[in-house]
Design a protein around this ligand. Structure first.
Ligand code: EPZ
Length: 455
């Protein structure tokens, strides 16, 4: 029995599909919000449960729609999913994994890119897998060539069909491979991890992604019985094993959500305690936060964020970990628009991630987007006519506007902009924000924001 996405969200968490937020800005956000498990780990750990012969339990699972999508995709493949022994725990029973009809997969994949990560586990369990055309935020072409190249190296046969991609293992069990990623892609690294752990022989992955979410996924797989070593210079070595068992794991906290609320405190001149946030995974963000005029206090159970004096302009270059995370730049840009001077954001991970600035310009921000690499080093997108550097001139006062949310992080930056703006903003398509921000409506209420939800 498959749980429709709407019903998979816990009681009281609105799907917000058609809703509009009417926000009246000007109030500093004050109070405490708690962040739970990371969207970008929880969804992958859920897929990893397919690899185990026995039941897995994932704890601190965020109540977000991306989790609901993966839950229903697991259920169409025969995994029984149930609530665990504490709030935020989900239990996965993969004992009856079965193949699913591509229409069912397509119907449940929705706007997610996660189906691509089902390949390895389903090829191990069933000898075949199907991927529909992928969704995800429109922040670049987002090809899957690294994923398919890796799967072919493991011995999978890849067939492109009008409805998607079918994979199979006509030669029996997948085998280890030597893979060198052209770019340290998070998704492709996860693809290799989720496939190599049960492939015959050893896999050596070079130029791997090493984000904290990757390290946490490695911890999950090791708990299941996998043998994975992480060597210097982005090398990961996996010794394949025949069988894996289930895991019991508490997800790493969502550092992207934590950084978003920190930027909201900075832009609204408020004070927000983010429960569950930790310093180690946010070192680079905290440096930029301080340079931009922020102040933070690391405490046992979280981090307190606020402004210290005037906002200051900064130069930020997004990069793979341990660089400044690409998902952190959007909410921060709102604070930079209010800083006295010129800030620069050089986006080096995605080639088209400044669409969200159009609405900020409509609200009165002075932001110009350039195709040059306006940072300390040239990136993959230089000389290729991609709008991937932003010049932000401040200070400006923002005013209310009607906004349609374009993507997840862009949507959160629009919330922050509306909360700092004079007058009222009407923000529609806010359902996208629920894909990655748990209970954000309640959190805005707790922080004293002045708004209404117009259903
Ligand atoms: C993950 O996306 C995250 N999503 C993204 O967060 C995050 O921005 C990104 O990693 C980078 O940290 C999830 O974990 C669900 P990539 P992913 O593969 O895996 C190119 C959010 O807001 N590439 O590291 O899709 C790609 O086009 C989301 O939470 C290829 O060219 O990112 C991009 O330019 C947004 N070919 C770059 O690599 C491939 O086969 C990084 O992509 C794969 C990727």
């Amino acid at each position: 029995m498959t749980t429709p996405v709407r019903d998979a969200l816990p009681d009281g968490v609105p799907a917000l599909t058609g809703d509009v937020l009417a926000i009246r800005g000007g109030r500093p956000l004050r109070g405490r919000v708690d962040v739970k498990g990371a969207k970008n780990l929880a969804t992958k750990a859920m897929v990893a449960s397919l690899l185990g012969e026995t039941v897995s339990t994932l704890r601190d699972v965020p109540a977000i729609s991306d989790v609901a999508v993966v839950r229903s995709l697991l259920e169409v493949h025969g995994v029984r999913v149930s609530e665990g022994d504490e709030p935020g725990a989900l239990v996965f029973d993969p004992s009856d994994v079965e193949s699913a009809h591509f229409e069912e997969i397509d119907a449940h994949a929705g706007a997610s890119r996660i189906p691509i990560l089902f390949c390895g586990p389903l090829l191990h369990r069933l000898g075949q897998a199907f991927i529909p055309d992928l969704g995800g935020c429109r922040i670049g072409d987002r090809p899957i060539d690294f994923h398919l190249d890796a799967l072919r190296k493991f011995g999978a046969v890849v067939e492109k069909l009008p409805s998607g991609i079918r994979l199979s293992t006509p030669n029996g069990r997948l085998h280890g491979a030597n893979i060198h990623l052209p770019y340290p892609s998070v998704g492709a690294t996860e693809q290799v991890l989720l496939t190599a752990v049960r492939a015959e022989g050893v896999t050596e992955l070079r130029n791997a992604a090493i984000e904290p979410e990757i390290m946490d996924l490695i911890a999950v797989l090791q708990k299941m019985g996998a043998i994975i070593s992480y060597e210097p210079n982005r090398v990961i070595v996996i010794e394949g094993v025949e069988k894996l068992r289930g895991y019991d794991h508490r997800s790493i906290f969502d550092r992207n959500e934590a950084a978003s609320w920190a930027s909201a405190a900075l832009a609204t001149d408020g004070e927000i305690f983010v429960g569950g946030a930790k310093q180690q995974e946010m070192l680079t963000f905290l440096n930029v936060f301080r340079k931009a005029g922020g102040w933070f206090d690391i405490q046992e159970d979280g981090i307190l964020f606020r402004r210290e004096g005037e906002l200051r302009p900064v130069v930020v270059e997004t990069d793979v970990h341990p660089g400044f995370m690409t998902d952190w730049q959007q909410p921060l840009v709102v604070a930079l628009a209010k800083a006295k001077g010129i800030s620069i954001v050089h986006e080096t991970v995605y080639e088209q991630r400044f669409g969200f600035t159009e609405a900020l310009v409509d609200m009165g921000a002075t932001i110009q987007i350039h195709t040059e690499c306006l940072g300390s080093h040239a990136c993959r997108f230089g000389q290729r006519n991609y709008q991937h550097s932003a010049v932000i001139a401040g200070p400006v006062s923002l005013h209310g506007a009607d906004i349609v949310v374009p993507d997840l992080r862009g949507g959160f930056s629009h919330l922050v902009a509306a909360l700092t703006a004079e007058g009222e903003s009407r923000i529609s398509n806010v359902g996208i924000i629920a894909r990655g921000y748990e209970r954000f409506i309640e959190k805005l209420q707790v922080l004293g924001a002045d708004f209404d939800v117009d259903g």
